[in-house]
Design a protein around this ligand. Structure first.
Ligand code: DGL
Length: 268
């Protein structure tokens, strides 16, 4: 069927991430609109994205999104991944006509909220290297000292936790330690969760933090943005959620697939 030919009210919203991280965004979209039909797509075969080279990741994501859009004919696509959004959004918008809603580091609200003037952006190794992230700091936090902290280990730990595996406190604490800066008694007071995997570790972060800080999860703001885009009359479904993954079915760990909910989607 030609894209856009279906009745817009029955078209789902596609939510995309490298793994389970985007579920931290999906839960807020669902809470904001119980009637939306959602398709959650995880590129587990391509995971993790954080360490992948920019050009190669861009080509990979544009190709995969093209196939997901063909397969699901979404009325909107949420890129629930900072590593992708800070790199690929212009290319996706140039290539496809469907509206894209991105997830980018919440540096603007963090700069507005900090009292100490020290904030930390906790993200993947990819996101902390992006020009897009540097531009956000220049435009919205020129007076703020921003610590950029990349962690691949926390992404893996979040996946493990959601798969039901035990995650060690000391492994989390080790990654968290450099996020907390004390400059002659002036301390980091605001931490941006700039990877969608990290809200799933928030309980551990709060418990293991050397001192209390404000934690910023952009997901509620993204869900509001989705509502604004859809308010243009695009979506009204039956409240279904489907889960697809590029993981070959043989490799679905039982714990992840406990509800038998992941459907295979061919990897690129
Ligand atoms: N969840 C992703 C993000 O928001 C990326 C994690 C990864 O694949 O490295 O950046």
């Amino acid at each position: 069927m030609r894209q856009g030919a279906r009745d817009p009210v029955s078209r789902p919203v596609l939510v995309f991430d490298s793994g389970i991280g985007g579920l931290s965004v999906l839960r807020h979209i669902r809470a904001g609109d119980p009637a939306l039909d959602l398709v959650y797509a995880a590129d587990h075969a391509g995971f993790p994205y954080g360490g992948r080279e920019a050009e190669e990741l861009l080509a990979h994501v544009v190709a995969l999104l093209g196939r997901l859009i063909d397969a699901h004919d979404p009325c909107a696509v949420v890129i629930a991944c900072n590593t992708v959004s800070t790199l690929v959004l212009p290319a996706l918008r140039a290539r496809f006509s469907v509206p894209f809603i991105g997830t980018v580091p919440a540096i603007k609200p963090a700069a507005a909220q900090t009292r100490s003037g020290l904030i930390t952006v906790l993200a993947t190794a990819g996101t902390v290297k992006r020009d897009y992230t540097f531009d956000l700091i220049r435009d919205f936090a020129p007076e703020v000292a921003v610590t950029l902290q990349g962690s691949a280990a926390l992404v893996r730990l979040a996946e493990a936790k959601l798969a039901g595996e035990a995650v060690a406190d000391d492994a989390i604490a080790r990654e968290l330690a450099p996020c907390f800066v004390d400059r002659d008694g002036t301390r980091t007071d605001t931490l941006v969760l700039a990877c969608t995997h990290f809200p799933f570790l928030l309980d551990e972060f709060v418990r293991l933090a050397p001192w209390p800080v404000g934690w910023i999860d952009p997901a509620p703001a993204i869900a509001r943005r989705v509502s604004e885009v859809l308010a243009r009359g695009l979506a009204r479904g039956e409240g279904t959620t489907r889960y697809v993954s590029t993981w070959p079915p043989a490799r679905f760990p039982e714990s992840v697939d406990a509800a038998g909910r992941w459907q295979p989607f061919p990897a690129v």
